[in-house]
Ligand binder design. Structure first.
Ligand SMILES: [Zn+2]
Length: 343
């Protein structure tokens, strides 16, 4: 990126009400068949337009073609049975009925590549594409086949690498892996989680990112956050290993969070997507509030490596609030950009 402080979102944006029930996760589609395919593409274009109008520099599909950031990818794989469900604990936080791994996992065909080509065709801006990370994928499944979290993560990493290579060939500039599980399973992260992630990015020439957050603003997550105390030091466990890794960009939650900003020092040298927008509240940040967070982050990350972003995806928010937050992000970044350039 030649532009100083390029803005982006962590990933998802709200879907139009004609496509899916608004303001909820796993919202069922309101269309089907060819009409659904067309509707999802229309929504992708609307989402792109809203990002451009708000002045977002690195744009995405707003995840308009997927129901959920993990499940939709897994639905396209062989070896996972969505009928055979088991209840498991997700990220040590809440129980959910999840599909079962019943055989060797594989990707019979690409999942998001056509969507990525469609987005590429409609914008000259740099584009970022999100995929789930291997550790977060295994945490959303019951594994009756490999019976080893590490083994299954490794298999998913190989599949993600196939998808990522095709996304790169489709013209994606940054491929981001969502790994909220990195904030929970610290021993696994250090033993094999980061290694699995590096397997997923093997051979890529485009930029790569990992997004580690405290989750969407849903009740299970906000309840969990209340148990974390006044200082959230979860990042501290994974950062030294990530600093040594081949991942280019680390995407973090910083706005209204209890993460001590100086933890960013532990990943010095990496590009940092600093979450300067809280996705767990409807109140829209002022540009000055965004700027204040970015200025704090600048103590620990060089200006040419700071990428202003959102804490997490905004799928569960209303479109009005999400649009306001996108504009606040742009305006806040502009304030700091002007200061850095001495304008
Ligand atoms: Zn997130």
């Amino acid at each position: 990126m030649s532009r100083l402080l390029p803005t982006s979102t962590a990933g998802s944006l709200p879907k139009p009400a004609w496509l899916a029930e608004p303001e909820q996760l796993w919202s069922p589609w309101k269309l089907d068949g060819d009409t659904l395919t067309e509707g999802r593409q229309d929504a992708l274009l609307v989402s792109l337009q809203e990002q451009l109008q708000a002045g977002i520099d690195i744009v995405s599909d707003g995840e308009q073609t997927r129901q959920h950031f993990v499940t939709t990818f897994i639905e396209h794989l062989d070896g996972v049975d969505f009928e055979r469900r088991q209840t498991v604990r997700i990220r040590n936080r809440y129980d959910a009925s999840v599909p079962s791994v019943v055989g060797a996992v594989s990707r019979p065909k690409s999942v998001f590549v056509e969507d990525a080509k469609f987005l590429r065709k409609h914008t000259q801006q740099p584009i970022k594409w999100a995929l789930p990370g291997p550790m977060t994928m295994i945490d959303t499944l019951y594994d009756g086949h490999y019976k080893s979290r590490e083994k299954l993560a490794w298999e998913f990493a190989k599949i993600l690498n196939q998808e990522a290579r095709e996304l790169e060939a489709a013209g994606v500039d940054i491929i981001q892996f969502d790994e909220p599980a990195f904030n929970v399973f610290f021993d696994d992260v250090n033993a094999w989680g980061v290694a699995a992630l590096e397997r997923a990015v093997e051979g890529l020439k485009c930029e790569t990112a990992v997004h580690i957050c405290y989750g969407y603003g849903i009740k299970a997550n906000t309840d969990w956050k209340k148990t974390l105390g006044s200082e959230w030091r979860q990042y501290e466990a994974a950062f030294p290993k990530l600093q040594q890794s081949s991942i280019d960009i680390i995407s973090l939650e910083c706005q209204n969070s209890h993460v001590p900003m100086d933890l960013i020092e532990l990943i010095r040298g990496k590009k940092v997507m600093v979450g300067a927008i809280d996705v767990a509240t409807d109140s829209i940040e002022t540009p000055e509030e965004v700027a204040a967070t970015l200025r704090k982050a600048l103590q620990f990350v060089d200006a040419d490596k700071l990428y202003p972003s959102t804490n997490c995806g905004m799928a569960p928010l209303s479109r009005r609030v999400a649009r306001g937050k996108l504009r606040a992000l742009s305006a806040g970044a502009e304030l700091v950009r002007n200061e850095l350039l001495g304008k």
